[in-house]
Ligand binder design. Structure first.
Ligand code: EPU
Length: 418
């Protein structure tokens, strides 16, 4: 059984390069299907979710190879529109293949992804948008069959911003006919990156990064090369670790822009942070101040993907803090594991009240999902003594090698397999 062993209670110090962004690379891997040619993607993270997406691309006929941290996709051999169900179940975000397949082959068959540990995660926005774009949908035995005689531009109004639905509509629209306008589009940096990639391949997209995106369909996309930015959530996780454990760390390959609200929050909690164009440095003496309220929101608000990690840091704060999780209700499933470190955390629906303790106690805990697992690692670094985090598989879905990176920051942490 694999697990992570941490000997915590030590301050961190050192420098680390930040891996490529998972939530940028995943939709762009889907987008490579729109190019009847070869695409090179640089600075890709070697994580399980990316490996799963590559497995799907290979299964449906693409040739995919790694060259260092670059992925080369040749989508000329695309031979089926059926996304294998077992792989969809392994990785929920494979739903973004729908838009790309519809764009390239005018059809897609994919199993209904269903909920997951972090929430119900419906896909109604995706499906309603496709219907407006001339796609006929049929649901049978848990499979969604999508067929179109050709994607037609439409005005899509999302009830609230959705990253995946915005990406799916963009992917479907780039090779469609006419103009698609997305209102209340998600504004996450990952949307901007997807559009940057598609524009570099010849797509016509305007307004990405704003709540209103316009796509004018083009006849074909051409081969391109793209470099992914560093992962803002991985960076945020390591900043949180240093804020909680104390120390001086420098993260390389990322600036503060996409982490603005997280950095403001860490500053309110007592950390000193300096931003350069391509690095972030943090100093913390290990004491943490409580924060009256943190509410997770779509970008540019506080990211749900940093909620659990910040909660771990607040477990050591003097005073009471409050978190409101507005995006994924299931993210509090991790709380009972976090509470093993000794802090008092009371849950009322979407609200968590955290009463910090002066010192966390080391514990044996189990990761149940990606960010929750990372939050347990942070708590382990903050707690004096030996912590075991079981099921590290969940963490490996999004962190290339969290032990390697934290060791570079001076932590005593390693993967073990016994
Ligand atoms: N929603 C609907 N209907 C839909 C789609 C979304 O009601 O059809 C709701 C969701 O239930 C949620 C909210 O809208 O309450 C936002 O969900 P969104 O669609 O934006 O999430 P996603 O696209 O499924 C991506 C990231 C998540 C990240 C969220 C929010 C990828 C591959 N995943 O998910 O990343 O938490 O946006 O920022 O980009 C992670 O990396 O740990 C992770 C879960």
């Amino acid at each position: 059984m694999a697990y992570i062993e941490i000997v915590g209670g030590k301050q961190l110090s050192g420098e680390v390069n930040i891996q490529g962004s998972k939530n940028t690379v995943l939709p762009i891997l889907a987008a490579t299907l729109l190019i009847n040619g070869v695409t090179k993607l640089n600075h890709c993270p070697r994580i399980l979710d990316v490996e799963h997406m590559i497995e799907i691309l290979i299964d449906i006929g693409c040739t995919v190879t790694w060259e260092g941290s670059s992925i080369i996709v040749d989508a000329r051999g695309l031979s089926t529109d059926i996304v294998p169900t077992d792989l969809v179940k392994k990785m929920r975000s494979s739903i973004i293949l729908m838009g790309a397949l519809l764009g390239r082959t005018h059809s897609a068959v994919i199993s209904y992804p269903g909920g997951c540990t972090i929430g119900a995660r419906p896909i109604n926005f995706h499906l309603e948008a496709f219907k407006q774009m001339n796609v006929v949908l049929e649901e049978e035995d848990g499979l969604i069959k999508c067929l179109t005689s050709g994607i037609k531009g439409a005005d899509i109004y999302f009830p609230s911003p959705s990253v995946g639905a915005t990406e799916n509509v963009i992917l479907a629209a780039v090779l469609g006919s006419g103009k698609t306008r997305i209102f209340n589009a998600a504004r996450e940096p990952e949307i901007l990156e997807l559009c940057k990639f598609l524009i570099s391949a010849g797509a016509r997209i305007y307004g990405s990064g704003t709540g209103r995106i316009e796509i004018e369909g083009v006849a074909a996309l051409h081969q391109t090369e793209y470099t992914a930015p560093s992962d803002r959530i991985v960076a945020g996780t390591y900043l949180a670790a240093a804020a909680g454990a104390g120390g001086d760390v420098v993260l390389r390959g990322i600036g503060c822009g996409s982490l603005y609200v997280v950095i403001q929050t860490l500053k309110r909690m007592g950390s000193r942070i300096k931003c350069k164009e391509d690095s972030i440095s943090l100093h913390s003496d290990g004491t943490v101040r409580a924060v009256p309220e943190i509410i997770t929101e779509p970008y540019p608000g506080f990211p749900t993907d940093m909620q659990s990690q910040i909660m771990s840091v607040l477990m050591k704060a003097s005073g009471n803090s409050k978190i409101v999780e507005e995006i994924f209700e299931g993210r509090y499933q991790n709380v009972p594991e976090q509470a093993r470190f000794g802090a008092q955390i009371c849950l009322q629906d979407r609200v968590a009240h955290i009463t910090g303790v002066p010192a966390l106690k080391a514990s044996e805990v189990s990761a149940g999902e990606l960010r929750g697992g990372a939050a347990l690692v942070i708590a382990g670094l903050m707690a004096e003594g030996k912590t075991i985090v079981n099921n590290p598989y969940h963490i490996q879905r999004g962190y290339e090698d969290i032990c390697r990176d934290l060791r570079a920051l001076g932590a005593q942490i390693e993967y073990k397999n016994e």
